[in-house]
Design a protein around this ligand. Structure first.
Ligand code: MSP
Length: 524
């Protein structure tokens, strides 16, 4: 398994979202993380590809369409369109958007089913079990809580029928060995341990079909006309059908890639998918990156009233959770991207409130970054005629700042490689904080009064250069505002070709007179 940071290509995917609901804070977070990662990998010189899309087959969608009095096709076209059009509003730019109802996807699902069938890993049998439509899976008695689905709180239906099964058990030991030999495959570590704990019990074979007598909204099995494919076996394949597996140029170039999911779908991604890949003779993915839940009052997605929060606060949180466009209106798309990624420690749950993000926005963006930017350009205007000054001799204090500005890009890249985006952003924003402290140390306003024009020029050049590096390192999270900041500093309209490096600024280049990047937001 090769290391992401040394590979020339990088391929990142989000879960493909069910079209039984519209984008909310949870799916927006995952998709934003994927977008920011793709941009970081490009900034650091890799050829990155980012895929998202929609999961459109299965009981759940068929039932919802019937309840709405529309065809599944009409429903999926409509909601899939909502997802596709929503992402660009948050600066999210996937390279491809896949729908499981597309022909290019169906073709690959059938091909893989046939391959696995031909290898003898799919057999016909009978099974009775408790089925949750919300999860699209069977549950064992042990997994239920008071006889109810732990995710949906509903009582599952008992279903007995003849179906096709995938011999997943054959790959159990292979998977245990892989997760043991390559611990970085599933991260953070707690989720790898969860998978290994689960794999201590014998792995049951996976039911991968549904009879058409019960459900027709799915992909027909290539070896039996009377059955459609189980929605998870269908959906997981999107990650490679979008690359035109097996012969496509994209597949050759980008696979193996890595996945981004929340912990709700750890098992399909950490168990079914690796076994499917292995059974089909396809190389294993590089990493499964698992994040926690955004909760409201401790409950996933705020779906319950049993919360600790004040009623009004909970209502506000729920409104914003369900309506990410309103959140982007509040914080700006860039502000929302930054705050979501900076605030959530990747892998852990986090309770969402309006003030959580507003506080982060005011502290890091309005205050630290906004002030550093404003002070820098306005002092260049006042003391240096509005042009990038020519630096003079370097003092130890200048030297410290330069050393820090040159070290941070390496640390950011390490955090990105380790899937710790919150720490990467913390390092980058730290440079803006560092510039504010540098001003307090060097007091260019006093140096100006004392007639030390060379000292003032050096200070402002060093501050602007450091801020330019911060802007480049924050660009993946805030593509619009950071390009504005770079332009204000005289770094031009083009995104930087590399992260880091000192000496990008040309003395004599005009600098903006002021910046208005992040207006303060009132707390409620
Ligand atoms: N269709 C399947 C995935 C198939 S992938 C081959 C599915 N869809 S989903 O619409 O339910 O999306 C689940 C994903 O949405 C989570 O894994 C996560 O990325 C995101 N989130 C949904 N609610 C969330 C939170 N409350 N918090 C964080 N992420 C959340 O499962």
């Amino acid at each position: 398994m090769s290391d992401t940071s040394t590979s020339p290509t990088f391929y990142i995917t989000t879960p493909i979202y069910y079209v039984n609901g519209e984008p909310h804070l949870g799916s927006t977070y995952t998709t934003t993380v994927a977008d920011v990662l793709a941009r970081y990998h490009r900034l650091y010189g890799q050829d990155a590809r980012f895929l998202t899309g929609t999961d459109e087959h299965g009981d759940k969608i068929a039932l919802l369409a019937a309840a709405n009095g529309e065809t599944p096709k009409a429903l999926t076209d409509r909601i899939s369109g909502v997802f596709r059009e929503m992402w660009p509003r948050f600066g999210i730019a996937p390279d491809d958007f896949i729908r499981t109802t597309e022909q290019r996807h169906k073709r690959v699902v059938q091909r893989i089913l046939q391959d696995v069938y031909d290898r003898g890993d799919i057999y016909f049998g009978e099974y009775g079990g408790l089925y949750c439509v919300g999860c699209e899976r069977f549950y064992t008695e042990k997994e239920l809580v008071d006889g109810r689905c732990p995710q949906h709180g509903t009582v599952p239906d008992y279903i007995r029928e003849q179906n096709y099964f995938f011999r997943m058990g054959r790959y159990q030991q292979w998977l245990v060995d892989l997760l043991t030999a390559h611990p970085e495959t599933v991260r953070p570590e707690q989720y790898r341990r969860e998978l290994l704990a689960f794999l201590r019990e014998p792995l049951e074979d996976l039911c991968i079909s549904r009879p058409k007598s019960r459900l027709t909204w799915g992909i027909t099995l290539p070896f039996d006309e009377d059955y459609v494919t189980y929605v998870w076996f269908d959906a997981l394949i999107n990650y490679i059908s979008a690359l035109d597996y097996p012969d496509g140029e994209l597949y050759r170039r980008y696979w193996p890639g890595e996945h981004l999911v929340a912990k709700d779908i750890l098992k399909p991604h950490g168990i079914y998918w690796p076994c499917m890949l292995q059974a089909a003779g396809i190389p294993m993915y590089r990493h499964l990156n698992v994040h926690g839940y955004w909760t409201i009052g401790g409950v996933k997605g705020g779906k319950s009233d049993r919360t600790e929060l004040q009623e009004a606060e909970r209502r506000a949180a729920r409104r914003l959770f369900r309506d990410p466009v309103a959140l982007a209106d509040l914080l700006g798309a860039d502000g929302m991207r930054y705050c979501l990624l900076r605030e959530m420690a990747f892998g852990s749950d986090l309770d969402f409130t309006r003030d959580l993000l507003v506080t982060r926005y005011n502290a890091d963006l309005a205050n630290d970054l906004g002030n550093a930017a404003n002070r820098t350009v306005s002092m260049i205007g006042r003391y240096c005629g509005g042009e990038v000054p020519d630096p003079g001799a370097e003092t130890p204090v200048d030297r410290d700042l330069r050393d820090e500005a040159c070290a941070v890009p390496g640390r950011v890249w390490e955090h990105i490689g380790a899937m710790q985006p919150h720490l990467a952003l913390g390092e980058a924003i730290g440079l803006a904080q560092r510039v504010n402290r540098y001003f307090e140390d060097k007091k260019p306003w006093s140096a100006f009064k004392a007639g030390d024009t060379e000292g003032v020029a050096t200070t402002l050049y060093y501050a602007a250069e450091t801020l330019g590096i911060a802007a480049s390192l924050l660009l993946p999270a805030m593509p619009t505002r950071m390009l504005e900041l770079r332009r204000a500093l005289g770094l031009g309209d083009q995104p930087p070709s590399t992260a880091g490096g000192w000496g990008h600024l040309d003395p004599g280049t005009p600098v903006a007179r002021e910046t208005r990047l992040f207006p303060r937001i009132e707390r409620e």
